[in-house]
Structures are given as structure tokens and as C-alpha cells.
Design a protein around this ligand. Sequence first.
Ligand code: PLP
Length: 400
Amino acid sequence: MIKKISNRNIIYLDNAASTPLNKDVINEMLPFIKNDYGNPSSVHEKGRKVKVAIQNSRKRVARLIGANSSEIFFTSGGTESNNLALKGFCEYLRETDEQRNQIIISTIEHDTILETSIFLKKYGFDIKFLDVDSHGIVEPSRFKNLLNEKTGLVSIMLANNEVGTIQPISELAKITHDFDKNIFFHTDAVQGAGKIPIDVRELDVDSLSISSHKIYGPKGVGALYIKKSRKIHPLIHGGGQESSIRSGTENVYGIVGFGKAAEISLKNLKKNFDYLKSSRDYLIKKILSNISGTSLNGSYESRLPNNVNITFLGVNGEELIVELDEHGIEASTGSACSTNKQKSSHVLKAMGLDYEEISGSIRFSLGIQNTKEELDKTVEILSVVIADLRDRSPFKIKYQ
Ligand code: PLP
């Protein structure tokens, strides 16, 4: 039996759920936690200083995605950004073009998009679901067939949180805008930002969500990019902060930390991409060759550099996560933001996996802090834990 790991040796492989704060990000935030407590709306020096810091962060976040800083609106995170884009644009549509009441989303969207779309049904919006193939990728020609004169909004994620598949967003946005330039195209880039290059002009999207805590920044802060020529309604009304798109005194240290995290992510994008991709490929190869009855979920070619989603036949994913946790390995079954619901993965289901495959699947999401030794240790422990779980299973099927 493998010795259980003490707290000091935790191997954290859940970086798609959240990432550790970068040291330089903490240092950038500290003065604003300790001394620079002014309100950015105040006209005095303390206020002005903080306002300048926010504007600086706005530039840094804009640079990460190729936007203009006036197109960046700070929010409380990816959840709020997605809500703001969808509800904010649908509210605008209700006032300006009532006939357009159709929303197209993919079947593998994050709950923040799925639940928001379902909410919008109450206001007369109709949802059309775009299927994915067995690799978790949407088919552009199938998408084209869904568009019609009633389509008002399209929301398709850049990269999936469970299986890491990257969608052909620029192609989909082009199809949309060639069909009708008034259709609003939103993309949830929470998982893709900081890991793959993003340029909002090349993507041709109208809005895009990002979140700070996925890129080694603080939690509770994110941003929505909104293309200059597009209009949406605010969800939070009040003092008119964030150009009246999102009122409320700004989360100053969060925004400052987010800005620094964005700057560092952009600077190290290529280096981090290469490191993560080689770590990812190493882990995938090692798991698949060392443990029988395993398969990789999601496209290999069009995939985030840090996502490893594997089916382990004959085991229950929830039990596997608990066992791994006891041995100091932290992974997840998929979306951290919805784990409380204990529901089975709608993403794997949409890709056509059967019940056994879905329940035996877990996600390892790598971070730049993970080492090769940690990955070796993970596979060593996994092999023992899987064998043990399979042995305890009443079915005891042998996987060659
Ligand atoms: N969208 C995706 C794809 C995510 O993975 C997440 C969180 O995991 C969110 C949105 C929500 O982001 P936040 O945690 O910043 O609210």
C-alpha cells in the first residue's frame, strides 16, 4: 500500500477550478490592502491614486485579449460576466428588436451560460442547442443551419472547462456576422484566457468573459469585454461606475491583482503553453500506458494545454476523487462551480459517453507550478488506487 501523503506534499491538479496566487500579484495588491484605501470615485489624491491603478489594470487586461481598454468592464468574476453579457444584451433586444427572441448556445456550455439562458426563457426567449461531436467540438455547418431571422444572441464557449476542447470561435462568429451583423456573439473565455492566445478582433466576437482566479490572480474579480460598437444594458444600477455598465464601488485590490496576473500571463504565454502542453502530454501518455481500461475524453488536437480528462472504466469518479484526496492528490470530476449539485456531466453526455464512462471520468487540470515528479507520483498512486477500487467493485471486470 502507498503511504498517504501529508499536507505538505499535496499535489494540486485542479487548476481549472482555481489557481494559486502568483507572488508578484500579491505584492502588487499589498499596498492597496494596507494603505491605498481611497474610493476611486473620490476626487482627492487617495481617490485619484486608486483610480489610476484601476485604469492601469484595465489596460493590462485589455492587452491580454487584444482589446481597447475602454472595452473592458470589471465584474465579480466569470459568472457575473456571463450573466451580464446574456441578460444585458437580451434586455437591450427586448427594447430595440422584440422579434429577435432566439438564443443559440452549445450543449456543453458552463452552467453560468446554461442557467442564464434557461432564466431568459421566462422573458420570452427561445433556446436552440447546438450539438457537439464525440470529440466535444461543434460543427460549423450544423451551426449555420440554426441561424435564422429570429436569432438575436449566440453564446459558444472558447474552451470547455471539463474536457478542454477549443471551439472554432472565429469561424462561428464569421458565419454569424456574415448571416446578420446584428446578431450578438458572446464567448466564455474563462478557461482559455492566459493559456492560449486570444485576440478579440481576430475572433470577431461582440463580448468575451474572463476570470482572474483562473490565471493566478485573486478570486471574486473578472471582466467582460464588450465591443465598442455594441450596446448592452447593465444588471446592477447605482453610482455609474464602470461606465454605468456595472455600478458599485470597485473591488480595488482584486482589480489590481487581476491586472498584474493578466500582464504576467501575457508575458509568459508561449513559455507556459509549451510547458503545460508537454506536461499534459506526458501525463496522458503515462496514464493510458500504465493503467488498463482508460481513455482520453475530448479532442486531442483542439485542446487546452493543461486539460487531462480520463475515463477509468470500472470505478466511480466521485469515489476516485475522494481516494486520491486521501493520498494527497487533488483533482475533480469536472466543473468546480457546480460540484455541490452532484449531477453527472452534461458535457460527457453531449459527447455520447455512456453512463459507466461518465461516472468513471475525472479531470486533472495542470498548472505552471506542477512538476514532472508530481505527475510521476500521481500515476504511481493512481495505479494503486484504481486497482484497489476495481478490486472492491462487485463486478470485478478485468480491464486489459
Ligand atoms: N465559465 C467557465 C468556463 C468556468 O470554468 C467558470 C468557473 O469554473 C466560470 C465561467 C465561472 O467563473 P467564476 O468562478 O470566476 O465565477
